[in-house]
Ligand binder design. Structure first.
Ligand code: NDP
Length: 236
């Protein structure tokens, strides 16, 4: 196993924190970005807001200083929801979700690309959602941002796939984090009934996919959408 320099955005809680812990446990050098700069227990943090190009640049510069080298694995995990019915969704709520989830991931991939090209190794892992391809009522902004990550990953794959860089998408289903804790009970029940696995999952069951996609051995697995959703999306 080659220990890589790994940056996970939004690594202070939820799925991002779990991914950072899984990568650290696998022996990698891990830095998480947090908006406050405060580090969760056992992890190193740098300050970063993915909606701000200068902040992303500063976060990468701080991570590179910590590592003493370029970031080799980026896990673009930071994400938000601002649900609302189409007819009533404001421009601000649509834009905010696209800016964080899609443009934020783009900013991180763009910032990482030069170092990865130079190194002739890179792993870009975008945390999407089953909702990206499945759709979700009241989630036109969120779903559009998450399906956009598939186009982003596949375009990067076509552009940089010959340089040792892979770009992949992980599409979680319903995971027990702060994001889903706010779901109304009837919505939870409806989704739970539609999930062949019959349950929501802890963040660790998403995080388990990341050390594999980041590995040297996964060099021939680019442009994929890997579900971690109990088969809610049945492979999509
Ligand atoms: P949480 O709400 O628990 O955590 C979201 C993380 O993103 C936090 O660390 C948050 O930081 C960070 N974040 C939000 N906005 C920004 C920003 N502008 N810049 C930097 N960081 C930011 O969410 P989850 O852990 O549940 O979700 C993680 C990812 O997984 C998201 O992309 C989400 O869409 C996706 N996902 C989640 C699913 C679920 O069921 N939970 C299902 C499918 C996908 P802060 O603490 O400062 O707010």
């Amino acid at each position: 196993m080659t220990a890589r320099n790994v940056l996970v955005t939004g690594g202070n809680r939820g799925i991002g924190k779990s991914i950072a812990e899984a990568m650290a446990a696998a022996g990698h050098h891990v830095v998480v970005t947090t908006r406050t700069g405060a580090a969760p227990e056992g992890l190193q943090a740098v300050t970063g807001d993915v909606t701000d190009t200068a902040s992303v640049d500063a976060a990468f510069a701080a991570a590179e200083a910590t590592f003493g080298g370029p970031v080799e694995v980026v896990v673009a995990n930071a994400g938000i929801t601002k649900d609302g019915l189409l007819m009533r969704m404001s421009d601000a709520d649509f834009d905010a979700v696209l800016d964080t989830n899609l443009a934020g991931s783009f900013r991180c991939a763009r910032r990482a690309s030069a170092g990865m090209i130079k190194k002739r190794f890179g792993r870009l892992i975008f945390i999407s959602s089953v909702v990206g391809l499945y759709g979700g009522p009241g989630q036109s902004n969120y779903s559009a941002s998450k399906s956009g990550l598939v186009g982003l990953a596949r375009s990067i794959t076509r552009e940089l796939g010959g340089r040792g860089i892979t770009a992949n998408v992980v599409a979680p289903g319903f995971i027990e984090t702060d994001m889903t804790a706010v779901l109304p009970e009837d919505t939870r029940k409806t989704y739970q009934a539609a999930i062949p696995a019959g349950r929501f999952a802890p963040p660790e069951e998403v995080a388990a996919a990341v050390p594999f996609l980041a590995s040297t051995e996964a060099a021939y697995i680019p442009g994929a959408v890997l579900p971690a959703d109990g088969a809610l999306g049945m492979g999509h």
